[in-house]
Design a binder for this molecule. Structure first.
Ligand SMILES: [Zn+2]
Length: 149
């Protein structure tokens, strides 16, 4: 029981942390992602104004866009950090559902316009090596496709 309470407390803290960070730029997960991308020797720009859904990291020439998503705010499926608060469910459920729908729409439209899109989830950055190999695979794909043209 004590352990469960502790977990509740941790998830409460994580959640309020997430809420505080809503819409903020240069968050910790984003900084980790940028660092990993730089380590791979990839050039990029941050927060372009006129790109749909304003991805966090982009490269127009190579047409890739990376979103760094908070697990709660963007409702990472089956992730332990995405749980809805017990209180004010009627407020959070539709709000978060709208976020998810907007994300889906943006990604679909970007892809339709020839962008390669990668979503990095906050929880995936807890294991930087794994995150790095995901990024490596993504860039291999991006550059292989681009070189064919
Ligand atoms: Zn997650």
């Amino acid at each position: 029981m004590a352990a469960k309470n502790k977990m509740d407390k941790i998830s409460r803290i994580t959640r309020s942390e997430n809420m505080r960070r809503i819409h903020s730029r240069h968050t910790k997960p984003e900084l980790i992602t940028r660092k990993l991308v730089s380590q791979l020797g990839i050039k990029y720009r941050l927060h372009p104004k006129n790109i749909l859904g304003s991805p966090d990291i982009i490269n127009r020439k190579h047409k890739f866009a990376i979103f760094v998503h908070g697990c709660f705010w963007h409702q990472h499926t089956k992730c332990k950090y995405c749980h809805l608060p017990k209180s004010r469910k009627s407020y959070w459920t539709p709000k978060l559902r709208r976020n998810v729908q907007r994300d889906k729409r943006n990604v679909a439209l970007l892809k339709k316009n020839g962008w390669n899109v990668l979503i990095i989830w906050e929880c995936q950055l807890h294991k930087p090596l794994k995150a790095k190999s995901r990024l490596t695979r993504f860039f291999k794909m991006v550059y292989a496709v681009r070189n064919k043209h």
